[in-house]
Ligand binder design. Sequence first.
Ligand SMILES: *[C@@H]1O[C@H](CO)[C@@H](O)[C@H](O)[C@H]1NC(C)=O
Ligand SMILES: *[C@@H]1O[C@H](CO)[C@@H](O)[C@H](O)[C@H]1NC(C)=O
Length: 260
Amino acid sequence: MDRKIKLLLIVGSVILASLVVIVVLCVHFIRKPTLSLTFEPAPSKGAFIYLNFRDRDNINQWTSRLDDFLKPYYHETGQSTNLKYCEQGIPPKQNSDEVCDVDVTHWHPCVRDTKYGYTSIKGPCIFLIFNQSPEWLPEYYNSSTVPNNMPQYLKEHINKVESKDGVNSTRLRVVWVSCEGETPVDLEAIGPLQFMPSFGFDGQYFPVIAKEGYLKPLVAVHFEKPIYSIVIDVVCKAWARNIDHKKGQGIVRLALLFDD
Ligand SMILES: *[C@@H]1O[C@H](CO)[C@@H](O)[C@H](O)[C@H]1NC(C)=O
Ligand SMILES: *[C@@H]1O[C@H](CO)[C@@H](O)[C@H](O)[C@H]1NC(C)=O
């Protein structure tokens, strides 16, 4: 009898201990910074965007998805009025209830009025979204810490800003963004790109503040002159010293096919 109870106690303790370990692990993983890069318009499955400029239904499907996604950014979801135009690289004060605006309305041609470029020969746009957890703060690059595999135009941009405004410039408080073709063929097919509002997610949006109306930072990527009728594999990356692409942080792949 006694032995049975002992055994039960031991088994019970082991089960309890295992549960505690599982819960602790779960909490650990849930709280880990996510640091993911996503894009819109997102296909319902996978990462393949097919735009047929002659097919109105096809185009409407993508533009209405963007219309919905961008509603808060066009201030159409009845947010409170704590939106503020923030200075470059400077987040709102910690105790204020202000939230920095993400002014997508000026990112021509990636705007609603021109259907995000999905009807014109100017080339279409996608929007990159940076998702991070509240406690995360970027460690920004300067010209002496930029990694070798960073695209040349970003390195040059950082050098230029630094030699003009100094190494402590708020203009270097940016999580830089790049998009490139995956292969030499893709590199050629993708054509020139324009990034809006600039080459990355501005430091004013970090850290995430759990406040009503917080808008995740966006970067619009305008494909100015992509080659049509072939699938273009694209890889986009967000760059800060504490974003590890090898761990899948801040990196997203998508495939584009444009037809007319
Ligand atoms: C560049 O950044 C690194 C890492 O944050 C820092 O140690 C270094 O002092 C910076 N360089 C200059 C010139 O300030
Ligand atoms: C940049 O900031 C660091 C730390 O605040 C300071 O020690 C350094 O002198 C500054 N450098 C310049 C060029 O202003």
